[in-house]
Design a protein around this ligand. Structure first.
Ligand SMILES: [Zn+2]
Length: 247
């Protein structure tokens, strides 16, 4: 039976620690908690690593966080040779915050890229040091320098980033909100989470379940490392941290 884990990171992506109770340990050792701050791999964002601390102070180190039978069930995957907790046991949760914050900055940077390049998205992958977004662009007239300058303009403007819930009907009435060509946000749950940028979402809004920093300024300095041609109409943009290297 799939459990529904309360996903604390959806309301507050800045939670580094929390308490939770073990509700199940599956046959492969995966740990299900009643609630969690660990983001599970989905939507191009990798799951969190970190540890679960037991009452005696010992730690269960987590290698990964994934979704289970349903998207609402979050499985904490221990690293090799970790002790298994008991069902009902209360644990203290701690995510690898340094890594998560890099992922939040990068994930927000990917949203900024979709503002600068308003084309259908065909794929995306966020990582701590190099992220990519693939676009369906018939004519490739973008340069790394121009796109970097536009991205940094949005970063320097320090726009707020926040989430808002809308109904299936509101989304249906605004099909332009969905930028992904192949992936549609899940309908039928009644509420869709929009990630908005700018006062009153003036810069952007799109459905997303990931974790992001709270302002574009917090993304920090980024640049386009590469624009690659992937097929006739597909362009892959790579985002990296720091200033553009001088060539
Ligand atoms: Zn997002």
């Amino acid at each position: 039976m799939a459990h529904k884990t309360e996903a604390l990171f959806r309301d507050d992506a800045y939670l580094r620690t929390a308490d939770a109770v073990v509700v199940a340990v599956n046959e492969r050792g995966g740990i299900v908690l009643d609630r969690t701050i660990f983001y599970a791999t989905s939507g191009g964002q990798p799951g969190d690593s970190g540890y679960l601390q037991r009452a005696d102070g010992s730690r269960i180190v987590l290698a990964a966080t994934v979704t289970g039978e349903t998207k609402d069930e979050i499985i904490h995957v221990p690293a090799a040779e970790q002790a298994a907790p008991a069902v009902g046991e209360r644990l203290k949760l701690a995510i690898d915050w340094e890594r998560r914050h890099l992922l939040m900055r990068m994930h927000a940077a990917c949203h900024l890229l979709t503002v600068v390049c308003p084309f259908p998205i065909t794929g995306a992958a966020v990582s701590e040091d190099d992220s990519r977004v693939d676009f369906d662009i018939p004519d490739a007239s973008f340069s790394k320098e121009e796109v970097t300058a536009s991205l940094m303009g949005l970063v320097r403007a320090d726009h707020p980033i926040f989430t808002r819930l809308i109904s299936d009907e509101e989304l249906a009435a605004n099909p332009g909100l969905v930028k992904s060509k192949n992936v549609r946000p899940p309908l039928g749950t009644g509420k869709i989470r929009l990630v908005c940028i700018g006062e009153n979402a003036s810069v952007d809004s799109q459905p997303c379940g990931g974790t992001h920093v709270k302002s574009t300024g917090e993304v920090g300095e980024i640049h386009i490392g590469k624009i690659e041609k992937k097929g006739r109409e597909n362009r892959r943009f790579r985002i990296r941290f720091g200033p553009m290297p001088q060539t």
